[in-house]
Write a protein that binds this ligand. Structure first.
Ligand code: PLP
Length: 400
């Protein structure tokens, strides 16, 4: 089996990558180690680049049919990885998951409807409804702490959900696995959520973009697969773009098992050709799913090593910063509350003292993210080590 090199440093100069290009705009300086936006520092796997290059060998890029096996390949991948049987006819392309959330909002909601989100949460989950004119209802996750009071994970707060959900709530957006706290939700939790949703006439959008990066011994459960109720109320979004580091190709899909929801949503998209795949999106997806399992396994193994390294390093050298151990993906929620800084001080500390560009926790929820930062560890270990050294030095300086 081919082995891939995840230690290799890739110079992204000349690629216009957002992680570097927006440093000055968002952080005020460019001499930072960027560990924010959610793509990885590893090469996009060669079998994806090769498939795209092969198509470019043909001199004409006219209107092109979707690869015949596109939806079947996705269904097979979902079954092989997550044991969820999906009918290929229930799958269609969407041009990005955030856009997909916007589509659901515009297809299903009417003025006065509301959208429930569970912070701390990936910010487009609340910004997309708000920017489309809909009120957001907040159901914060509850931190779960160990004996020493350190956050180890979060739980959904069903009591609060029952209180805040009113008859205007029409949609709940679920991150499964969760960004930024990396939770793979349990079956009882997802079943309970599905039951609640059906009782309250809610559509659940389950964003499963991080699902193929479950870590250690955890397992991702597709929301729609946990019960007939979940199947009935759900619109699932997923993509190979995070797992195979090809976000720029913009290649995602939706699965809608319920015939009524599907007819309405697919019909709404088809009316404006919003679900027609650009040629490179489906070529890259099929290449990733057909050839990607060995690469994915090796990448997840390397990532587990990075996460263990980060947690151990912080425990030994930077105890004031506590990573919440993620169960999936490469985004790590850092509890920095022991630094006892205001929001502005924390940002200034990371940027101007540690020289790191992380995602600021308050962006995921003003209250729930206060005192937290999100670190992207999808990178060569040497880069992670450098970041931790910079962070350690900056924390040590505080005590002087
Ligand atoms: C949970 C989640 N959903 C969606 C996205 C973005 O997906 P897309 O680029 O397909 O809109 C991200 C990217 O960070 C994410 O973390």
């Amino acid at each position: 089996m081919q082995t891939y090199d995840f230690d290799k440093i890739i110079d992204r100069t000349g690629s216009d990558d957002i992680k570097h290009a927006d440093l000055l705009r968002d952080y005020g300086r460019t001499d930072l180690l960027p560990m924010w936006i959610a793509d990885m520092e590893w090469e996009t796997p060669p079998f994806i680049i090769d498939a795209l290059r092969k198509r470019l060998d043909h001199p004409l890029l006219g209107y092109t049919k979707t690869p015949r096996d596109y939806t079947r390949t996705i269904a097979q991948w979902i079954y092989d990885r997550h044991q969820w049987h999906v009918n290929p006819d229930h799958i269609t392309y969407i041009p990005g998951i955030v856009k997909g959330i916007g589509y659901v909002i515009n297809c299903f909601l009417k003025p006065g409807d509301k959208v429930i989100v569970q912070p701390p949460i990936y910010h487009p989950f609340y910004l997309t409804p708000q920017h489309n004119g809909y009120e957001v209802v907040w159901n914060p996750l509850t931190p779960v702490t160990d004996d020493e009071g350190h956050i180890v994970t979060y739980e959904m707060d069903f009591d609060n959900l029952a209180q805040v959900c009113d008859p205007h709530c029409r949609l709940l957006i679920l991150a499964n696995p969760h960004n930024p706290v990396g939770i793979t939700w349990s079956k009882p939790t997802l079943q309970r959520l599905a039951h609640f949703a059906v009782e309250h006439n809610l559509i659940v959008v389950s964003d499963e973009i991080h699902c193929d990066m479950a870590l250690f011994s955890t397992r991702h459960l597709p929301f729609a697969s946990v019960s007939p109720e979940a199947e009935q109320c759900s619109i699932t979004f997923s993509a190979p773009t995070k797992t195979f580091n090809m976000a720029g190709v913009v290649s995602s899909w939706t699965v809608v098992p319920d015939p009524t929801l599907r007819k309405k949503f697919f019909g709404w998209m088809q009316a404006s050709e919003l679900n027609e795949d650009p040629m490179f999106a489906s070529i890259a997806a099929v290449a990733a799913l057909k050839h990607g399992e060995p690469w994915r396994e090796q990448m997840v193994h390397y990532l587990e090593g990075n996460i263990t390294y980060l947690i151990d390093y912080c425990r030994q050298h930077i105890p004031l910063i506590r990573p919440v151990p993620p169960q999936a993906s490469y985004l790590v929620w850092l509890d920095c509350r022991d630094l006892r800084m205001t929001h502005e001080q924390l940002i200034d500390f990371f940027v101007n003292h540690a020289h790191l560009a992380l995602s600021d926790g308050e962006q995921f929820g003003k209250r729930e993210g206060h005192g937290f930062m999100r670190m992207n560890v999808g990178c060569p270990r040497s880069m992670l080590h450098q970041a931790l050294l910079q962070l350690q030095n900056a924390v040590d300086e505080l005590g002087k």
